[in-house]
Ligand binder design. Sequence first.
Ligand SMILES: Nc1nc2c(ncn2[C@@H]2O[C@H](COP(=O)(O)OP(=O)(O)OP(=O)(O)O)[C@@H](O)[C@H]2O)c(=O)[nH]1
Ligand SMILES: [Zn+2]
Length: 199
Amino acid sequence: MSIDMDTAAITILEQDEVQGGDPLESIARRLLIEIGEDPDREGLRDTPRRYARWWREFIDYDAGNLDTVFSSVASNQTVMVSGMRVWSLCEHHLLPFNCDLTVAYRAHDSLLGLSKFARIAHKHAHKLQVQERLVADIAAEIEEITKSPDVAVIGRGEHLCMTMRGIKTGAQMTSAVFRGVFRENSFERTELLSLMNGS
Ligand SMILES: Nc1nc2c(ncn2[C@@H]2O[C@H](COP(=O)(O)OP(=O)(O)OP(=O)(O)O)[C@@H](O)[C@H]2O)c(=O)[nH]1
Ligand SMILES: [Zn+2]
């Protein structure tokens, strides 16, 4: 990188700071310069603005009211929601990973509204994460809202920090949290896994 480029980038950052500009836009401009691009060329002119907006859209995800619970009409029933794909960002490389989630809990006193599972999943995906913490965070929130200690969350994800960087294309990571009865009782866990597999 030439000294001129560096000086130009620093000047842009300083100018933006003085003028009260958007720091995320300044970072995007700086990034473009650092990778040898001209942020003022036609295709890139609006990129810093879009970059700033996408970060805010991603981080400011509003999950809404999550604690819609109904008094249980089916105590001791296992409830499972599967096929929920979320996108998150790997905190090591700031690259996306997707995760197909299955969430289950044993309903005791409270039933959680169906849409809330996906909302909870998105809430914990819309931040810098590692997959293990993503599934653990979702399990903890479902336990907190439903007051059921019996919760399981299984995630299967593809991490672009592996596949896109050419380390291993198509590799998938599976992580699982089993709590309460699904942890302590192997029969319950096996039944859950067979439900997951559709049998
Ligand atoms: N356990 C776990 N690891 C992750 C996740 N996302 C990314 N990683 C890994 O985090 C590790 C970071 O390792 P470092 O050696 O610090 O980083 P690096 O030099 O970029 O490593 P490489 O990715 O092997 O090139 C890598 O092995 C990634 O594959 C995740 O969700 N869970
Ligand atoms: Zn990564």
